[in-house]
Design a protein around this ligand. Structure first.
Ligand SMILES: Nc1ncnc2c1ncn2[C@@H]1O[C@H](COP(=O)(O)OP(=O)(O)OP(=O)(O)O)[C@@H](O)[C@H]1O
Length: 466
């Protein structure tokens, strides 16, 4: 099931658009979803409801009652709060549209009746701990100093409170609404690419944001394209609800089909509104980044964390090979290196189609060379490396993921000097041993940052001012 069609299906699953009932390949699709679910079991922190489903030995199509929307699966005790457009969230916020959802929350565009402006209200699942509020409050505290532009790339908490409903008590976090994630901006484009200067500027901003949070003593723990959002133009605060619906579309509830009806399930869900822009249409002044989702961020000096919850494609290898040692800032640096690569091109540095931890390790060895000897002994390398694999060098991956897609779309490409500086920087971030990796500060001082990425960011700031 590898290949573009299966990728498309997953993307549809994630975008909640798949009408499986109408396909002639239900059996194959059930099998594929079962595999996706099981792969995800190894790769993400997941609510219990999903775990129960994913461990079913032979799921049938009926078990995929959530197919029309993965989201509907999480309406259960401890899960999402069912929300209807027009309802109030707390006394102050009237829900106007849906902005998005993740495994641990749904996010809504709401009208703040006190200040007559739009806000984003992230409503956590009842089993989420609400710790994100605390982390964001500390990181955006005016007393935390203003070390460079990184701080402005974190959203301040405007308000927080809890709401109670059929599935439990839910933490609510209020921030300004943003545009879309880099992942969704790419998905919405024809080329899946950012213009080169935009990509450089986004990479610079991401490193600044990570350098800032590291400086404040926090590890983000989940750096990937889905958690990097684009700042919204502020103009839409002046729109009425009607004008907003006119421009961005009104909410259109979709009926959910359930295999086993339950009062905690809503009868409808809402597709998310699209405030975003396709990646290839994004201009330099518009490319203003927000690092989001601090739900699993932690402070290594206060809390020991041994397990990484980052997706496998960006997950640092010490999670697997040094599971007795606590994770540190260097775990973010690995994910950051992989994410910068992805921002510049259209492929992932480490391929990630239904890939297992063994595939990830083998792919990392292909690119980076042998594991440290004590790690090697922990891995059944002979079995894994005997599997026929296509070995791809830095240059090949660069050609496949970055240069060739840019060439094919007639978009600006990197020259040899820039490519070498990029390789040098990313290599310093992807060293197997976490203690050998560059720090975020070192990355900011690298030649690629100083000569290509930061100048593009500064150019964007100037163009935005003029
Ligand atoms: N301030 C915001 N403005 C607009 N959309 C937002 C905002 N915050 C979150 N979203 C949307 O909601 C989605 C999910 O948010 P987020 O990743 O923070 O949730 P989560 O439940 O912690 O996710 P995960 O599945 O990574 O655990 C985002 O991808 C984005 O589309």
């Amino acid at each position: 099931m590898h290949g573009p069609n299966s990728r498309l299906l997953v993307s549809h699953l994630e975008k909640t658009e798949l009408a499986v009932e109408h396909t002639p390949h239900k059996g194959i699709i059930c099998d594929m979803f079962a595999r996706i679910a099981k792969t995800r079991l190894q790769t993400c922190r997941l609510p219990q409801a999903f775990r129960t489903f994913a461990t079913k030995p032979t799921p049938t199509l009926t078990d995929f009652g959530f197919i029309k929307t993965t989201e509907s699966f999480f309406f259960c005790d401890g899960g999402y709060h069912p929300i209807v457009i027009g309802h109030r969230l707390g006394d102050r916020y009237r829900v106007v549209h849906k902005l998005g959802f993740g495994f641990y929350s749904t996010t809504w565009l709401a009208r703040d009746n006190q200040h007559s402006k739009y806000v984003a209200v992230k409503v956590g699942t009842a089993d989420s701990d609400g710790k994100e509020v605390e982390v964001l409050t500390r990181l955006t505290d005016p007393a935390a100093g203003n070390q460079g532009p990184g701080k402005s790339m974190i959203l301040p908490v405007l308000d927080h409170y809890t709401v109670s409903g059929v599935n439990g008590t839910h933490p609510c976090l209020v921030t300004v609404p943003t545009r879309c994630s880099l992942f969704h901006a790419r998905e919405a484009s024809r080329s899946s690419l950012f213009p080169l200067d935009v990509a450089r500027s986004l990479a610079a901003q991401l490193v600044m944001a990570v350098a800032y949070i590291h400086n404040q003593g926090y590890v983000h723990g989940d750096v990937h394209l889905g958690n990097i959002l684009l700042r919204s133009p502020s103009k839409f605060n002046h729109c009425s609800d009607e004008e907003l619906y006119e421009e961005f579309g009104a909410p259109s509830p979709e009926v959910i089909w359930y295999s086993e009806p339950n009062p905690s399930f809503p009868s409808h869900v809402y597709p998310s509104m699209w405030l975003g822009k396709a990646s290839d249409e994004l201009t330099l002044p518009e490319a203003k980044l927000i690092l989001s989702d601090f739900a699993i961020a932690f402070c290594p000096s206060k809390e020991l964390r041994f397990e990484s919850y980052a997706p496998l494609k960006v997950r640092p290898p010490e999670d697997r090979f040094e599971s007795q040692k606590p994770l540190s800032f260097a775990s973010d640096i690995w994910s950051l290196g992989c994410t910068i690569w992805e921002i510049l091109g259209k492929g992932q540095l480490f391929d990630a189609w239904l890939f297992t931890e063994d595939d990830a390790t083998a792919d990392q060895i292909d690119l980076l060379g042998p594991l440290p000897s004590e790690w090697w002994e922990k891995w059944d390398a002979n079995r894994q490396l005997s599997v026929q694999r296509e070995s791809r060098s830095w240059h090949q991956r660069f050609e496949d993921h970055i240069q060739q897609p840019r060439r094919l779309k007639s978009m600006e490409m990197l020259d040899g000097k820039e490519r070498d500086a990029l390789f040098e920087m990313i290599r310093s971030m992807l060293l197997f041993r976490p203690e050998d990796r560059a720090s975020a500060r070192d990355v900011l001082d690298s030649s690629w940052m100083r000569n290509w990425a930061i100048p593009a960011f500064e150019k964007g700031m100037k163009e935005g001012d003029s």
